[in-house]
Design a protein around this ligand. Sequence first.
Ligand SMILES: C[S@@+](CC[C@H](N)C(=O)[O-])C[C@H]1O[C@@H](n2cnc3c(N)ncnc32)[C@H](O)[C@@H]1O
Length: 420
Amino acid sequence: MEPVRGAYGPGWKAGAVVPAQVAAGREQDGPVLQALRGQDTKRDGEEVGEAVADRFICGDALEVLRTLPSESVHCVVTSPPYWCLRDYHVEGQIGLEQSPEDYVSRLVAVFGEVRRVLRPDGTLWLNLGDCYNGSGGAGGDYNKGGLKEGQPKYPGRKIARLKPKDLVGIPWRVAFALQADGWYLRSDIIWHKPNPMPESVTDRPTRAHEYVFLLSKRRRYFYDADAIREPYSGKSNPEEVYTGKARKAYGKAGAQNPSDAKRRILESMRKGRGSNKRDVWTVATAPFEGAHFAVFPPKLVEPMILAGTSSGGCCPECGAPYVREIVRTGHVNRRETARVPGHCGTKTDSTGWAPTRVSTDNWSPTCTCNAGPPIPCTVLDPFGGSGTVSMVAKRFGRHSIYIDLNREYVDMAVRRTLGE
Ligand SMILES: C[S@@+](CC[C@H](N)C(=O)[O-])C[C@H]1O[C@@H](n2cnc3c(N)ncnc32)[C@H](O)[C@@H]1O
């Protein structure tokens, strides 16, 4: 088959070639994609090098990724099929491997290709859940009205090396394998579910969490901490600073009480943007009416896209993300050691602590291309399912690339994203 012309994302000029495998995949697209195809091709043919906002590709993640250009996406947010959890009824699917090792090595291969496609300053946000050896498939909740009604019954996991009831530890097996493969493992975010699936167990706590691993390609990468700051907790209330006995001793010695310094720091923090986001995220699982069983709650995806891609966009030529402008406040923090009888030496600050630099909502380029106004950054989900990542990306004005093996899901994702 002849290659078709297309554009994939930032930096892609009109006339860039989509390799034949993807073109072949598009030939068999479902009705929604077929309807869109004319529109899509027309956009591809424009002479201005404009990036196509949302791309939906039906195919095997590894094969499709191989056709995408290197270092072309800013951020990857994804949730691969969990090991031995459900059958997506499509040939070539990941998740039904005989052993955790086979599953892990398949994912390492996919994420090796993701690493090539990701920009050097990009991040991967990977959601994974765990399971128990010997469990799966049993139980009456597959019956009509049951919790798993309509889900394919899975025969169960039997790993000879593990005892029945052993936690398999799939998320960490994958995380360590990716680390060994060259990824930087930067954070194990706990997705705490306040509305977990009820379990009939009586000899362990009910599972109410999954993991979201934050991985990067390099030691330094784009991460907009300011976009996802959290409101300060009650504990940071300046009024709650210690006012006890030692306070007088500091006063007598003519030294600054550390509690005063703390109060000033907290006051200045209060005027700022909030505290750095923590690594436990409480997000309820959201009900979903479509025919897909493992849907991300949009609220879980939002911080990943906001921190992982620049709200200021990126260079239309090289794709380098814009960063927040930092301004100097002009304040100088001076530190000195105060020694109070009966207390150890303390670093204090007699001039009053205040931030020396603050970030703003103005954005600057990080390259020297001077190629015109910024364009949106691109988010990729190689296991796109119902299209939550594309939908949230669009909501925040980002471009997205979606891949899934199941054509019905591709149609569903197109409807969900473009129908919003
Ligand atoms: C856990 S679901 C993703 C759900 C998604 N995060 C959402 O919000 O809807 C995993 C998806 O991976 C897809 N999948 C399974 N094997 C695949 C493969 N080899 N290549 C691409 N997609 C695959 C399945 O069809 C399924 O939709």
